[in-house]
Design a protein around this ligand. Structure first.
Ligand code: SAH
Length: 342
């Protein structure tokens, strides 16, 4: 059993079972979320309790396998080695609105998007809530910099690991732990509609980002296999329900690919689809992935203007960490290749 994935209630039940006073649960919770690396560091717990915990529970401590710091903007990319030897990436970025960490939720990814490096080797396994949380705790600890915002835009599909992600959100939101408010958290999805509906029912104040990347089925299915079973009509209907249930506007991610999804007619169709579904479009200059034939669009500004002329709110994502493999999945792949080659 991994102790950092335990909820407050589970820790309270455990302390009761071990015959401990109720306040011990809070003490253990605080130590865990501060990033202790062994149970022995929990200095205000009785020794026999520490021994019991050590015998029964696993305390995950990710190790820095690689660290890259951008000379351009100070962005830091971490490649973490997990307990079982698998690796995942996290990125720490500095924005005016605070330090933002991009976390991974799976080792690899099932979704098969054509432009994405994370999915090239398929899904290896899903992370536990504690392993997702570890990235926040240990990036904060290792960098010495406080984290203000979290984006779940690293390796993996958050809604494909629904229960662990929900538990992670609950843990990271706790005032006795890392204490990051839901309004400072974004969850990004390729558009798993049944799970978006499920998430809506939890009424969380987080920002949902939907990776759209095309407003028409032909292009979207080409870029994102997930679209073959759902389709853009159903996806937008689902986004509308999400907004109606939660009152939260959706952010639509749109990675611009040369000659594929950057035509004027696609801007017009996107603007049309967004009528009646309040939302905001985030255009992403495509990160070049070596293994992919897709190239970055040269029409980002024109596309932006065409959307704006039709009343759509649009931002263009600033590229950070251009000199370090900051596009998700790239550093992990590089390391895997090195291991295979030696
Ligand atoms: N699986 C989730 C979250 C992880 S990817 C999702 O699909 O949203 C985070 C974002 O980065 C997504 O919008 C994804 O489509 C985008 N992305 C992946 N590879 C990219 C690349 N090479 N260039 C630009 N954006 C990319």
């Amino acid at each position: 059993m991994e102790i950092k994935s335990c909820s407050r209630e589970e820790l309270s039940a455990l302390m009761k079972e071990l015959g401990q006073p109720a306040f011990r649960a809070k003490q253990v919770f605080q130590w865990l979320h501060r990033g202790v690396e062994s149970f022995d560091e929990m200095s205000n717990l009785p020794k026999d309790l520490r021994e019991r915990l050590k015998a029964q529970y696993v305390l995950t401590v990710p190790q820095v396998e690689r660290k890259q710091v951008s000379k351009l903007d100070g962005t830091i990319k971490y490649l973490w080695r997990l307990q079982d030897g698998n690796c995942v990436e996290s990125v720490l970025m500095h924005y005016q609105h605070g330090n933002t960490i991009c976390v991974s939720c799976e080792v690899g990814c099932l979704m098969g998007c054509a432009f994405c490096a994370s999915t090239l080797g398929g899904l290896v396994r899903r992370l536990s809530a504690g392993e997702i949380l570890d990235q926040v705790i240990f990036v904060q600890k290792e960098s010495g910099q406080p984290i203000h915002n979290i984006v779940m835009m690293g390796i993996g599909e958050p809604l494909d690991n629904f229960d662990a992600v929900l538990r992670f959100l609950e843990l990271v939101n706790d005032p006795d732990g890392v204490n990051i408010g839901m309004r400072h958290i974004s969850v990004s999805t390729c558009g798993l509609t049944d799970k978006i509906d499920k998430l809506a029912s939890h009424q969380l104040q987080l920002t949902l980002s939907v990776s759209l990347h095309a407003p028409d089925d032909e292009t979207r299915s080409r870029l994102m296999p997930v679209n073959r079973s759902v389709g853009v009509d159903k996806l937008f209907a689902c986004c509308k329900r999400y907004f109606e249930t939660t009152g939260r506007r959706i952010s639509y991610e749109y990675a611009m690919v040369d000659g594929v999804n950057d035509h004027d007619w696609q801007a017009d169709l996107l603007a049309k689809r967004l009528k009646g579904v309040p939302g905001h479009v985030n255009l992403i200059p495509l990160n070049d992935v070596r293994e992919s034939p897709l190239k970055p669009s040269r029409r980002v500004r024109q596309f932006q203007q065409r959307l704006e002329q039709q009343g759509v709110t649009v931002t263009v994502r600033r590229k950070l960490g251009g000199d370090i493999d900051a596009s998700c999945g790239q550093l992990r792949r590089k390391r895997m290749e090195e291991i295979q080659n030696c």
